[in-house]
Design a protein around this ligand. Structure first.
Ligand code: SF4
Length: 707
């Protein structure tokens, strides 16, 4: 039997490594690293893509046919139905909701984009007339993108390709070896090259990441207090005169306001609130400012607090003060690729989104970025305020495990009159659906991947096997629904390769040609030679003080009072003396793919990392079952001792549920799911960010709780 090889991109994390699928007799027998094309393939140590993808493609538990609930909601009884019946039921419900309660009573609930699915879901919502598109933007990506936009005038601020000239790197709240690169696209290969060239490295993380052992300085701040740490370093850089004076004078606005503000607090205040010794704050600030250009690569950990936006702003301002923006070896701005802009596709001509009708009307940046924070959906369903949400279409998303306050999410989704969920496997969320639709993966259909959008790369994912049973690509589901709802003229006849040509038109190539080219890279610019257009801010400069933010009612500077808010909403007490932070295990993608036997063998159970002294005090030993209790509830995970942790911090694993548990328990989502312990309130008032880390808790042995 001949083996056909096909290049594609891993869909398990934001790195999107270039991989090769080995296809034999219509089956993917192996997935290997792409060593030939020259496209970056920075595979993680767990080799999540190569290990998991073959098993996922051909897993016997893949959803293969549309299903309709039999019996009570969440009861685990299903009946196979045709696509015609499934789509007909959704259309009938949506039309009756629209007539009776208005289109805004329908929610479009989207997960992490893989191909063009996200853009199709947004467009369907727009033509349908509902502004209520719910995405995880409120705790992933939006704060970084918005802070970059306000500070630099572009969300596409990335590490330069030139690895020779960088003087210092900071890896902050991210584990780039395992899960994506940093938000500014600093990939492990490039980090390694820079280290070989003598570049300094600072790691800022309460947990043990791979690069910590290579760091010149490893700082372990109190979870959720990163913004204050950045502000402390800014104070040192300014007061010791270490900033790039020429850059600051010529290319920034608001420096004097910042200088005045940092004089209002002491480094001892920062030390007390962040747990980082004063000397370490000074050492880090000096290293960053003296070894330029410096690239501070942040990760998702900085976004899981109610000070997320201001934290990102503080970090970017710190980076900018060193004169590292727009120079070789520092941060550059990438320009939009020649590709039909997904954001434009969301809004067909003549269909403005009815923002004023959105349940997220209060969140000025969420509205601007076309999403509703997840907890806003939950709260609206539970309270029927400002109006009732009656029905939802969910696309490859698992809110029961990924939204804050899992119990409230469960109550809300149980209350929802109608839920249609498109998924790869059954999940806790499909278990309480009315209709389940089988979704196809990239490789089972041709698509184009453009996410994360801020890297500006556009990637070709050709089809190389058939989907299982009757599974459809999500974009086809949206497309067919649009046609049945009477909006066919704004969509496509089919979501085939001809449709993909439309997306590539601005680049002048067809999808057929794209299969050989495989990737489109964006252009990039340095400040020199682009002085008139580098900073696309209102002032044409890097905005330390943002008048734009002020006009929107958002603090124009990352003040101390803003950055200390995470502590004010979650202070430890006698009942809850420890603090947990939020750990994404390296073997999985968020809450997904726990059905895969290969990776499950390596990571069979959720692990909570605990300092040995803290464990001893609680009578806990390595491998014991441990209850983790917070004000919101209690879960159980297995103890893994880690002497590198601060004694006051524990690190439970995120996203756990158990595909092997009975469906009538919704696959055991209550047992170990970290979001049982988080809360949907309070929220950061522009993006809807909530506190997902730095939450007080206690631990004790769980002898009575088998996993
Ligand atoms: S999960 Fe691993 S293999 Fe897949 S893109 Fe991420 S780093 Fe690469």
């Amino acid at each position: 039997m001949s083996v056909k090889k096909s290049g594609f991109f891993c869909f398990f994390c934001g790195k999107h490594c270039s991989l090769i699928a080995h296809v034999e007799d219509g089956k993917v027998t192996r997935v290997t690293k792409d060593k030939e094309s020259g496209i970056l393939s920075d595979i993680c140590p767990d080799a999540k893509g190569p290990v998991t993808i073959p098993g996922v493609y051909h897993h016997p538990d893949r959803l293969k046919y549309p299903l309709k609930r039999k019996g009570k909601k969440g009861g685990g009884q299903w009946e196979r139905i045709s696509w015609d019946e499934a789509l007909g039921s959704i259309v009938e419900k949506f039309q009756s909701c629209k007539e009776e309660f208005g289109p805004e009573s329908i929610a479009m609930v989207l997960g992490e984009p893989k191909g063009l699915d996200f853009a199709f879901g947004q467009r369907l919502a727009t033509v349908l007339g509902t502004p209520n598109v719910i995405t995880p933007g409120c705790y992933c990506g939006v704060q970084t993108a918005a802070a970059n936009q306000f500070t630099h005038g572009s969300m596409m601020v990335n590490a330069d390709y030139d690895t020779q000239k960088t003087g210092c790197m900071v890896i902050w709240g991210n584990n780039p070896r395992h899960i994506g690169g940093t938000f500014n696209g600093m990939m492990p290969t490039e980090i390694d090259e820079r280290l070989k060239n003598g570049c300094k490295l600072i790691v800022i993380d309460p947990g043990t990441i791979d690069y910590a052992s290579k760091a010149d300085l490893w700082i372990k701040p109190k979870p959720a207090m990163d913004g204050l740490l950045a502000l402390g370093m800014i104070k040192v850089v300014i007061e010791e005169g270490l900033y790039d004076k020429e850059f600051v004078a010529r290319w920034t606005v608001g420096f004097e306001e910042l200088k005045t503000h940092v004089a209002t607090f002491l480094l001892e205040d920062i030390e007390r609130e962040t747990w980082v010794p004063r000397d370490q704050i000074i050492e880090a600030a000096r290293m960053i400012a003296r070894h330029t250009p410096c690239i501070i690569g942040t990760g998702n950990a900085l976004e899981g607090t109610i000070a997320a936006l201001q934290t990102c702003r503080a970090v970017f301002i710190l980076n900018g003060l060193t004169g590292s923006v727009g120079v070789p070896g520092g941060l550059i701005v990438k320009t939009q690729n020649k590709f039909h802009r997904p954001g434009k596709f969301y809004f067909p001509k003549g269909f403005p989104r009815q923002k004023e009708n959105s349940i997220a009307n209060d969140f000025v940046l969420a509205i601007g970025s076309a999403y509703v924070p997840t907890q806003t959906l939950v709260n609206t369903i539970l309270t029927d305020k400002p109006y009732s949400i009656k029905a939802g279409l969910f696309s490859v998303t698992n809110p029961l495990c990924t939204y804050p306050d899992a119990k409230a999410t469960y109550d809300a989704l149980m209350k929802l009159e109608f839920m249609a969920v498109a998924e790869i496997f059954h999940t806790p969320t499909t278990a309480i659906a009315d209709i389940v639709l089988p979704a196809a993966l990239p490789g089972e259909h041709a698509t184009i991947a453009y996410w994360p959008a801020w890297t500006g790369q556009v990637k070709c994912d050709p089809k190389f096997i058939d989907p299982p049973g009757e599974a459809w690509p999500d974009m086809k589901i949206f497309n067919e629904l649009a046609k049945r709802l009477g909006f066919g003229e704004y969509f496509f006849e089919d979501t085939d390769e001809k449709m993909l040509d439309f997306w590539l038109k601005p680049s002048g190539i067809t999808f057929e040609e794209f299969k050989t080219k495989r990737i489109l890279y964006p252009d990039h610019a340095y400040l020199k030679g682009n002085e008139d257009k580098f900073f696309q801010t209102p002032s044409g400069k890097m905005e330390i003080f943002s008048a734009q933010m002020e006009q929107l009612g958002i603090s124009p500077l990352p003040y101390f009072e803003e950055l200390i808010k995470p502590k004010q909403v979650a202070a430890p007490s006698a009942d809850y003396p420890l603090i947990f932070t939020n750990r994404k295990e390296t073997g999985f993608m968020l809450s997904g793919y726990r059905s895969d036997p290969a990776m499950r063998k390596r990571y069979p159970e959720p692990l909570v990392e605990i300092h040995p002294d803290t464990a001893r005090e609680a009578g806990i030993e390595e491998g014991d079952r441990v209850y983790i209790e917070a004000a919101k509830g209690r879960i159980v995970q297995k103890a893994q001792l880690n002497s590198n942790l601060d004694r006051r911090v524990i690190m439970p694993a995120f996203g756990w549920w158990f595909p092997e548990a009975p469906e009538a328990t919704q696959y055991g989502w209550r047992k170990s799911n970290l979001n049982v312990l988080t809360n949907g309130y309070p929220e950061e008032l522009s993006t809807g960010a909530v506190q997902l880390r730095g939450i007080p808790c206690r631990i004790y042995k769980a002898d009575d709780a088998p996993l």
